[in-house]
Design a binder for this molecule. Structure first.
Ligand SMILES: Nc1ncnc2c1ncn2[C@@H]1O[C@H](COP(=O)(O)OP(=O)(O)OP(=O)(O)O)[C@@H](O)[C@H]1O
Ligand SMILES: [Mg+2]
Length: 252
């Protein structure tokens, strides 16, 4: 269970302070699948970065399983972040390394640094990595270099790497933005499957409203840093969508 309490994020910019998140409060129960929508600059990525402790909010708390992660000492924060998988639009893989090596990187948080540097993974690490590679249907490509794969395959490697962390929370920032519609669906289906079978909580930024409606259990929307919608796909009416994306205002 994650509880976001009155979180604000103010950035100092050349033009003065800018509030990217304004007094955001919500809770995300374990096993939820939340899609975040909103215009460009609405605060979606900032919110995700706050959830994994990459950004410490200017105000407010992020309480995960009873612990306020905004106040954790560095070491504890690292431990928390090990339990959070993060999937990016640009995949963030080491392209000259093999699929297996990339997925093994998901285990790094569990190794002492020196073992990680030497690539001294345990048998269990290998077992977990291979399991996750099989689950995204890439066993045949295990030894292939990532730069020989297609975009859709690369994103599956990124998902397998995140799953190898054995995360309780999976964050994804526009994971399908660089993929064609068929592959975008595949990414969503894969995330939903992990959500269904492993109970991993998923929070995903997505700009394709249809995919959000189809795969998420819950949709939240940001508009200029404020939480302006929190409900089921069914509750998200066209009128609300217009408001979230400021469509009427643009036409006026
Ligand atoms: N480190 C930073 N310093 C200053 N401003 C920032 C910083 N990070 C984000 N912002 C600003 O905060 C606002 C929200 O950014 P954010 O990346 O969260 O938007 P987003 O909803 O993810 O947009 P997009 O759909 O384009 O990815 C933007 O106006 C952005 O320029
Ligand atoms: Mg973003």
């Amino acid at each position: 269970m994650i509880e976001v309490k009155n979180v604000s994020q103010t950035f100092q910019t050349a033009r003065g302070p800018f509030q990217a998140l304004a007094d955001v409060s919500l809770s995300i129960p374990k096993g939820d699948f939340v899609a975040i929508i909103g215009r460009s600059g609405a605060g979606k990525s900032t919110f995700l970065r706050t959830l994994n402790g990459l950004l410490i909010p200017s105000q407010g708390q992020v309480v995960v399983a009873g612990t306020d992660i905004t106040k954790l000492p560095k070491r504890e924060l690292q431990k928390y972040r090990r339990s959070v998988g993060f999937i990016f639009q640009q995949f963030n893989l080491v392209t000259r390394l093999s699929v297996l090596d990339n997925v093994l990187h998901g285990r790094l948080g569990y190794l002492p640094t020196w073992r990680g540097l030497l690539g001294l993974y345990s048998d269990r690490d290998y077992q977990i990595a291979r399991q996750q590679i099989a689950r995204v249907d890439l066993s045949a490509k295990e030894t292939a270099r990532v730069d020989s794969l297609s975009g859709g395959q690369m994103q599956r490697v990124a998902i397998a790497r995140a799953m190898a962390q054995e995360p309780t929370l999976m964050l994804a920032d526009e994971p399908a933005a660089n993929l064609d519609p068929v592959l975008s669906e595949e990414v969503m289906r894969t995330l939903r499957r992990f959500n269904d079978t492993d109970g991993v909580t998923v929070v995903i930024n997505i700009h394709t409203l249809e995919l959000a409606r189809q795969y998420a259990r819950r949709i939240i929307a940001f508009r200029r840093g404020r939480l302006v919608f929190d409900g089921t796909p069914e509750e998200l009416t066209e009128e609300l969508v217009d408001e979230i994306y400021e469509r009427k205002e643009m036409l006026a």
